[in-house]
Every structure is written in C-alpha cells, then in structure tokens.
Design a protein around this ligand. Structure first.
Ligand code: HCA
Ligand code: CU
Length: 366
C-alpha cells in the first residue's frame, strides 16, 4: 500500500477566511513542506490575483524535491496562467453533478464533457501532468461520474481526485466510492473536507480503497472547517504505513502557520496542540515517568516536542516526586505535605511554584 501526501496549505489553506500569503511566505511555507518530505505541494490558484501568481512562480523557481501542482478551473485562460507559472502539474476541477450542471452552469452533461475533453487536451498538448477533480464527487450521480472517468481513462489523465467537497461523506460510503473509481485505472487522490469531523477517517478509508495520495493542509485549515491535517496524516503514514516524513518539523510549521494565519490551533489538537504531550492525572503520571508509552502512542520527542506534567489536585505522589527529583530535592518527607497542600489549594502549580512550596515546607517541617 502506498501513501503520498499532497499538501494544499497554499491553495485550500489560503481559502480560509483571513488568510492571504505574501509571495515570500508562500516560498517559506513551500520550503518547510519540502523539508518535511511531502511528495506534492499545491502552490495556489494563480487566477486569483497577481501576487498569488507571482508567489506560485517563485515557489516553482525554488526547484524543490516535491512536485509542484497549480490549481485551475477547466478553462483555457486558467490553464494559460498555470503554464506561465511553469509548474509541471495542473489540478483542474469541474463539477458534473446534475444539480451543478443545471443550476450553476446551465449546461448539459454532453456540453460539460466537451469542455472537459477540450481543456484536458489543451493542458496535455502543453505538456502538463494532470490531476482532474470532478468537484463534489461524493454527491455526483454515478452515471455522470462514470462518463467523466471514461474520458480521463481515454485521454490518459495522470490522476483523478475524489473530492468530498462538502465533507458530507460517511467513511464506508467513501471507501466504496473510491473502490469504484479506482477500477478505471487512473491513479486516485482523495480530498476530504471536515464539515462533519470525518475528513481524516474518510482519507484513510480512501487509502484502504486504493487511493495513493491524500490532500492535507497545515493545521487542517481550508474553506469552512478545512480538510485533513498534515500532522495527523504524516504521523499515521509513518506509524502505520512506514513512511519517513520528518515528523520533528511538524510542530514548528504548525506554529508558523498559526502565526501567519491568525487561526489558533485547538489545545487538544492531535500532535501539534499544546496539550498533545501533557499528562495530568496522578495515575497517568506514575506510569508515564516509568515509560511514556503507557500514555503516548508515539513519544513526544519524535515530534520534537517536550513531555509535560501538569500539576493540580489530580496530582499524585509520582507527580510531586518527578518535580522534586528534577530540582534535586530528594526529600521523602516533603512529598506528603506538598501533595496535601496542592490538593487542598484548588490551584494549578507551575514547576517553579511547586519547588518554592517544597522549600518552604522543608524549612517549616524539618
Ligand atoms: C475548490 C473546491 C475544492 C477543489 C478540489 C480540487 C473541493 O475549488 O475550492 O480541485 O481537487 O473541495 O472540491 O477544494
Ligand atoms: Cu476543497
């Protein structure tokens, strides 16, 4: 089973409210993604504005290891823009659900097919590698999809992306759809939105059904509730599928994206959240100080992160001993009294407060 990551922070991520990357930031982020080892970077949608176009071109000029893909509507003028960026890959999308054809575009399926063939042939004639996305794939009638898939197969399009554009798919349903799409022999990508909190589950089901590339963004940002989070995907790719992404670089990039976008990561966010490697209950701490694997499926150090022990009334002996040992205060008599004070105080103790209190007790009691 093969898993590759296409990170779309610079395209899908930029579609988050309040996010606009400068050309310099676009390059900085692309370099960081390349260092983590993602195989594809979706660098942006050049038809949006001149500075997006320039930023994408700058990314292409970096000569990164990752393949650079540029987003485009199924329109010749958009394809021309992509060509001007000199990126090798185009990601073209067009919705062929009956609802879209009738109510958005006012065209028939036959007209849509002609347009798809024309734009694919145009992009191919100009040497682009193509990922084609029938947008809103999960809500598109199978008959319409099958028509498009036949075109993609005949025209030897490199990739087809199954997009759960509105995040509505159920993982089992998504699995079945990807299986059906994969039968056409065009390599499959999956693009899963998180409106129901199912993006990651759907992406994994997509992989199990034969998809080879998953779209991600840093911190999972994107339109509305975003898409699959890069940190989670890179981690599971390593943990379960043996991929060697540089996990120790995920946290810094997450922080940087938080800073640039102003979109805060939840404290309990997997891998990159502030609480991801913090242990609180006394029982947990007692186990973790012996061996972190009791309560960490992968150790904090793998992610360049620090394990922390939180101290409030949930603390136990092991918590107090841990901090006293660290401070070189190995006094068994202090432990009991200190723990009692922590438990009755109703406060959260920082390591410094804890040590100070321990010294106080030492002076008072001993
Ligand atoms: C969009 C919609 C999209 C496209 C995905 C793709 C989706 O253009 O913003 O082109 O592969 O979720 O369907 O992100
Ligand atoms: Cu999307």
């Amino acid at each position: 089973m093969s898993i590759e990551i296409l990170d779309s922070t610079l395209r899908e991520g930029e579609q988050s409210p309040g996010v606009n990357f400068t050309p310099e930031q676009r390059v900085e982020i692309a370099i960081a993604l390349d260092e983590i080892g993602v195989e594809y970077i979706e660098a942006g949608h050049p038809s949006v504005s001149e500075d997006v176009f320039r930023g994408i071109k700058d990314v292409v000029e970096q000569g990164l290891k990752a393949n650079i893909l540029v987003h485009s509507r199924a329109k010749r003028e958009d394809i021309d823009m992509v060509l001007r960026t000199e990126a090798p890959w185009i990601g073209m999308f067009f919705c062929v659900s009956s609802h879209c054809l009738k109510m958005r575009f006012g065209i028939t399926l036959e007209e849509a097919k002609r347009r798809i063939v024309d734009t694919i042939e145009y992009a191919k004639a100009h040497g682009l590698k193509i990922r084609f996305t029938p947008e809103d794939t999960t809500r598109t009638e199978w008959e319409n999809l099958a028509n498009v898939l036949e075109i993609l197969r005949e025209l030897k399009v490199d990739r087809v992306s199954v997009a759960d554009t509105t995040g509505v798919a159920h993982p089992v349903e998504f699995y079945n759809l990807v299986k059906k799409v994969a039968k056409y022999g065009v390599a499959v990508h999956v693009h899963c939105h998180n409106d129901l909190g199912l993006a990651f589950a759907n992406a994994l089901m997509g992989i199990e059904a034969g998809a080879i590339v998953v779209d991600t963004t840093v911190n999972g940002i994107g339109e509305r509730c975003g898409i699959v989070d890069l940190a989670q995907m890179a981690t599971i790719a390593r943990y379960r599928y043996g991929k060697k992404y540089k996990l120790d670089k995920l946290y810094l990039l997450s922080k940087r994206i938080e800073e640039i976008t102003g979109i805060a990561v939840e404290k309990h966010h997997p891998i990159v959240g502030e609480h991801a490697f913090v242990h609180k209950a006394g029982l947990h701490v007692a186990a973790v100080v012996k061996d972190p694997s009791f309560y960490e499926f992968m150790p904090a150090e793998m992610f360049g992160r620090e394990r922390k022990i939180y101290v409030d009334k949930y603390a136990g002996r092991a918590t107090v001993e841990y901090y006293l040992n660290r401070a070189g205060l190995k006094n068994g008599k202090v432990v009991k009294e200190l723990l009692a004070r922590i438990k009755s105080s109703g406060r959260v103790y920082t390591p410094a407060m804890l040590v100070e209190e321990a010294r106080k007790i030492e002076r008072e009691v001993i």
